[in-house]
Ligand binder design. Sequence first.
Ligand SMILES: [Zn+2]
Length: 85
Amino acid sequence: MSYIKVQCDECEKEHQINQKEFDFEQVDSDERQMGAEITYEGDLEFTCDCGQHITVIHRFWEYPENFENYKETEVSGASVVENKL
Ligand SMILES: [Zn+2]
C-alpha cells in the first residue's frame, strides 16, 4: 500500500496518510513524442492534535500514459519520516 508518514514539527506526533486519502487531479498535460505527459496533483491539509497545521502536496508525472516516471512530495508543518507514495 502507498502511504506517507510525517512527524509533526510541534509535538513530534506521527501521522500516516494513505494514498487513497488524496484526491488526485490532472493539473497539466504536455504532448510529447510518445503521447501525453500528464501531471497529477493531490493535496491534503489537516490539523494535528496539538493545533499545528500540516499540508502535504504530492505530484506525479505519467509518461508515456499509465507509466509513472517522476514524483515529488512537499510537506509543510511536519517532516517526512517515510515516503512510499
Ligand atoms: Zn502536533
